[in-house]
Design a protein around this ligand. Structure first.
Ligand code: ATP
Ligand code: MG
Length: 429
């Protein structure tokens, strides 16, 4: 056999056995976003390269080495979006809706970064993100954190994640802190790795993000931005902490939390898990009060977050174990001499029971083979519609799980029997 064509490294399939967990995550997240009055925006996957350079920052991992950038046939430099905030702000400025009310938006979809693929790190990955514009008050920061807490809680992950917060202050406060930080780092230059030495000149705050153990040790003693906040940012952060306490949301303040994108100001937060190895950040966000102005809009405060679906689904899969909803049909219809009659009955059942997952054997074949297929489908019951049953106005309902057994059910009673089955399996789902 010839060798088949393989998928591209870092671009993975979500197979049918995995998609039910994705769907559950997406449904819970969507419902939660809507319960906080966020509305969906659908954005293109490709944007002008300039957009990401200007928003994420030239001296960030993403822009320096992770973007999928290409020239299209017109010679324009385009990039597969590495994240959603830049495109969301671009759309808001372009269509002029950022200052109409205080828009609350969410999006979901694939993002692209050329990173080293490993567990929880892909080149095409998926984010759900939300952005709220026009409100500077710290109450919004806390409501957004509460919303992410609710999503994780509804998915049964409350015990798997912890919240870390920090404040990055204003760009002015950061500039003052930067000088002190650089002075400190120059004293410890021998303990810095190449990456950090380079960053020292370009973006020293980012060194807090280093994964190098030696660098991390140096950073323990570094001057902290949190101690150098401007007065307003300090007050803002104090209110955030206070309100989180009042809502009973637990957190730790991590002064080294700096995030990998340059546009953040004031509050930043991450939901972190210890269950996925090094790729521990499931959800991350913060304020970006300067970004709209930076991208040509009227200065507008904003806050957002992005949640990585691969990591979330990995957590759900760990929790799920066996007995988890797997998308199998509830019923499999075994067809006799009149396949048209089976299709007709199946349509009528779907009319009556919109939640029913029903698979009809396509065409006719021997009963034995069909029952084997029914069993393999994972269905709970087989609905057998042989010649005898058609003549008598009945359907044989054969249990495919547990005890087994088969009984004849009058056609009129079939919806009720299947409805009971739906209730039962829903409990198991
Ligand atoms: P990390 O430190 O893990 O690289 P990041 O700071 O680059 O994360 P963000 O850009 O803030 O992450 O993206 C938000 C979330 O998107 C992350 O917390 C993570 O859950 C997810 N994410 C980011 N990059 C990837 C990737 N390459 N593969 C899978 N998920 C990702
Ligand atoms: Mg990253």
């Amino acid at each position: 056999m010839g060798k088949g064509i393989q998928s591209v490294r870092g671009f993975s399939d979500v197979l049918p056995a995995e998609s039910p967990l994705w769907q559950r995550a997406e449904t819970v997240i969507r419902d939660t976003l809507e319960s906080y009055a966020y509305r969906e925006i659908r954005l293109p996957v490709v944007e002008r390269t300039e957009l990401f350079k200007r928003s994420i920052g030239e001296v960030t991992d993403i822009v320096e080495k992770e973007m999928y950038t290409f020239e299209d046939r017109n010679g324009d430099s385009l990039t597969l979006r590495p994240e959603g905030t830049a495109g969301c702000v671009r759309a808001g400025v372009e269509h002029g809706f950022l200052n109409r009310g205080e828009p609350r938006l969410w999006y979901m979809g694939p993002m692209f970064r050329h990173e080293r693929p490993q567990r929880g790190r892909l080149r095409q990955f998926h984010q759900v993100g939300a952005e709220a514009f026009g409100v500077a008050a710290p109450e919004l920061d806390v409501e957004m954190i509460a919303m992410t807490a609710r999503m994780l809680g509804r998915l049964g992950l409350a015990d798997d994640v912890r919240l870390e917060i920090n404040s990055l202050g204003t760009p002015e406060a950061r500039a003052v802190h930067r000088e002190r930080l650089v002075a400190y780092l120059r004293e410890h230059i021998d303990s810095l790795d190449d990456d950090s030495r380079r960053r020292l000149e370009t973006n020293p705050l980012r060194i807090f993000d280093s994964k190098d153990a030696g660098v991390q040790a140096v950073m323990e003693g570094a001057p902290r931005l949190l101690d150098a906040l401007d007065e307003e940012s300090a007050a803002h952060f104090a209110t955030v902490r206070n309100l989180l306490d009042r809502l009973g949301i637990e957190y730790t303040v991590n002064p080294a939390l700096v995030r990998g994108l340059d546009y953040y100001t004031r509050t930043v937060f991450e939901w972190i898990t210890d269950r996925l190895g090094a790729q521990g950040t499931v959800c991350a966000g913060g304020r970006f009060d300067g970004l709209v102005g930076q991208l040509g809009g009227r200065p507008t405060p904003a806050i957002g977050f992005a949640l990585g679906l691969e990591r979330l689904v990995a957590l759900l899969a760990e929790r799920a174990g066996s007995g988890e909803f797997d998308g199998a049909p509830h019923a499999y219809m075994v067809v006799g001499a009149d396949p048209g009659e089976a299709l007709r009955l199946a349509e009528a059942l779907r009319d009556r029971l919109p939640g029913l997952r029903l698979e009809v054997h396509p065409g006719s074949a021997g009963f034995k083979g069909q029952l084997k297929r029914a069993d393999r489908s994972g269905a709970a019951v087989a609905l057998i519609l042989g010649e005898e049953e058609v003549a008598a106005g009945r359907v044989a309902v054969k249990s495919l799980r547990g005890e087994g057994g088969q009984r004849a059910v009058a056609r009129d009673d079939l919806p009720e029997v299947l409805a009971a089955l739906l209730v039962e399996t829903r409990r198991a789902d």
